[in-house]
Design a protein around this ligand. Structure first.
Ligand code: XLS
Ligand code: MG
Length: 346
């Protein structure tokens, strides 16, 4: 029997935020980026998720040598803090060249920018001792469906995946699907789309997916099923656990905050699928509430991590014999009652 998984957790520096939303400005002073790394261990986290410009701020204005120096500094900082870089994602949704998307932008010059930026991201990833880039395809979609040729857009996404695989023989690409926001309709909205791109690519083993709970819920899908699908194909690079209260703006609530049972099922699927046994991180992508005072505000990270660990206990104490008996008798009423009472602790 394999030993119980000892889960390791990660988050990105953007999870410690200034609390701005589209309706109002910052509500707390910025916490200096360079002081965030020291928070990880004491909060119980070992892994850092990065955007490329979290590693190298203003990277569009720097020379390759300057980028390499800055990346080396972060690598050293991580080593000093005992932290592991989990992935680096090219931030392809801020620059003026990415207003219309990145790889699927209609203008060739804008697509060329996206590719140059992606190569820099891969270089940064390797320079800090990491093997995975995450493609969250933020603006790869449209506000008006007639604006782009969708078939061509999907071809361009596949071409990009292949170019990255050819550019670096070891790097992995983890595609993070999301159905909308900031665009109205995004390309690659689900795990199925991401996995299809993986299989169509020149090296399917190196293309995986990141499933974020809220993104799956925005597609009106069960996050645990999205995770199970990726696991069934050995394509779950990472998870971004959080929660979402129905079909509205992307909320990034605390894991389990909107639907504890759905959170239980995500943990159950991960645990049953052996997720984490090969060092995969339990990633969190959670926002604090705008109302929360403090600097830095980190309570949401601790809460979400604790909920995950409580739910691991719930999964491990869920009486499998009883579950199997209910399944065999097809008594799903009994199964539901038992599961709900187990979650309630009664
Ligand atoms: C945004 C995404 C982002 C990616 C990295 O919703 O989740 O955090 O994981 O670009
Ligand atoms: Mg995410």
């Amino acid at each position: 029997m394999t030993a119980p998984t000892k889960y390791r957790f990660s988050f990105g520096p953007w999870n410690i935020s200034e609390g701005a939303d589209p309706f109002g400005p910052d509500v707390r002073p910025a916490y200096p980026h360079d002081r965030k790394w020291a928070l990880y261990k004491r909060l119980g986290f070992d892994g850092v998720q990065f955007h490329d410009d979290d590693v190298v701020p203003e990277l569009d204005t720097l020379t390759p040598a300057q980028i390499a120096r800055r990346a080396a500094r972060i690598k050293q900082t991580l080593a000093n803090e005992g932290l592991v870089p989990e992935f680096v994602a090219p931030r392809l949704w801020f620059a003026k060249q990415t207003i219309d998307g990145a790889y699927t932008a209609n203008r060739a010059k804008d697509r060329a920018y996206a590719w140059e930026r992606t190569k820099k991201c891969v270089d940064i990833t390797r320079a800090i001792g990491c093997r995975a880039i995450v493609l969250w395809l933020a603006r790869e979609g449209t506000y008006v469906r007639e604006a782009k040729d969708a078939r061509l857009a999907y071809q361009r996404l596949l071409d990009t995946v292949n170019q990255v695989l050819a550019y670096d023989p070891e790097v992995e690409i983890w595609i993070e699907p999301k159905p909308n926001e900031p665009t109205d309709l995004a390309y690659v909205p689900t795990a199925g789309h991401a996995v299809a791109l993986a299989y169509a690519s020149r090296d399917p083993k190196r293309v995986k997916t990141v499933i974020e709970s809220a993104h799956a819920l925005l597609a009106n899908l069960d996050p645990s099923d999205e995770m199970a699908f990726a696991l069934a194909h050995d394509k779950l690079g990472s998870v971004h656990l959080n929660d979402q209260n129905g079909l509205k703006y992307d909320q990034d609530k605390n894991f389990g905050a909107a639907n504890l049972r759905a959170a239980f099922n995500q943990v159950r699927v991960l645990e049953e699928g052996g997720y984490g046994q090969r060092g995969e991180f339990v990633g969190l992508d959670v926002k604090t509430m705008r109302t929360q005072a403090g600097r830095p505000v980190t309570a949401h990270l601790e809460t979400s991590r604790r909920m995950f660990l409580h739910l691991v206990e719930k999964v491990r104490t869920w009486d499998r014999a009883r579950v199997e008996d209910c399944r065999a008798r097809r008594d799903y009423e009994a199964l539901e009652r038992y599961t709900l009472e187990h979650l309630l602790g009664v």
